[in-house]
Design a binder for this molecule. Structure first.
Ligand code: FES
Length: 168
């Protein structure tokens, strides 16, 4: 049986083949792992944040597909030099998808995962720092965060999915 390749545009393919900022960051200020309930893939985001809350560097590790590697790569480029507040407000999965020239609709969730991991990292930064969250950070999880589950939550969801139906 042959598989029909997805219609990725050249920018996605280029970022997939030559991703920027791929790899672990040893001196990261915050690290967030996020998994996607739609496909079970995981990514890790590493952010180096200055005392002025500016993102100095960002890297990622991805166990996802080409679309996820490409969107994660472009997110790490887009957020460099932004304050956490600007990154939080301006980086949406729609904007990221536009920035890479579009994705097949079945791959939208892969970009959502990249942005969800970023948002989880920003939220985690304030949790770990203590002293309360800033006024611009909503108490409720955003759409992207809800679609980017923590490792344990993802494992639970997936194991539920794998359990055989209870006999009636
Ligand atoms: S299919 Fe899982 S991240 Fe793309």
């Amino acid at each position: 049986m042959s598989r029909i390749p997805l219609p990725y545009n050249p920018k996605v393919m280029d970022l997939f083949r030559n991703p920027k900022n791929l790899g672990k960051m040893d001196d990261a200020t915050v690290v967030a792992v996020a998994g996607n309930p739609a496909c079970g893939d995981m990514i890790t985001f590493y952010l180096k944040i200055s005392d002025q809350q500016v993102i100095e560097r960002a890297t990622f590790e991805s166990y996802g597909c080409a679309a996820n590697i490409a969107t994660s790569s472009i997110v790490t480029e887009m957020i460099k030099g932004l304050t956490l507040e600007t990154a939080w407000n301006d980086i949406t999965w729609k904007k990221v998808t536009e920035e890479i020239g579009g994705l097949p609709s079945v791959k939208f969730h892969c970009g959502v995962l990249a942005v969800g991991a970023l948002k989880r990292a920003i939220r985690k930064y304030f949790e770990e720092k203590g002293g309360g969250a800033p006024s611009w950070l909503p108490a409720d999880l955003t759409f992207e965060e809800k679609q980017a589950l923590e490792e344990e939550e993802l494992a639970q969801r997936l194991s539920k999915r794998l359990k055989p139906e209870a006999e009636t």
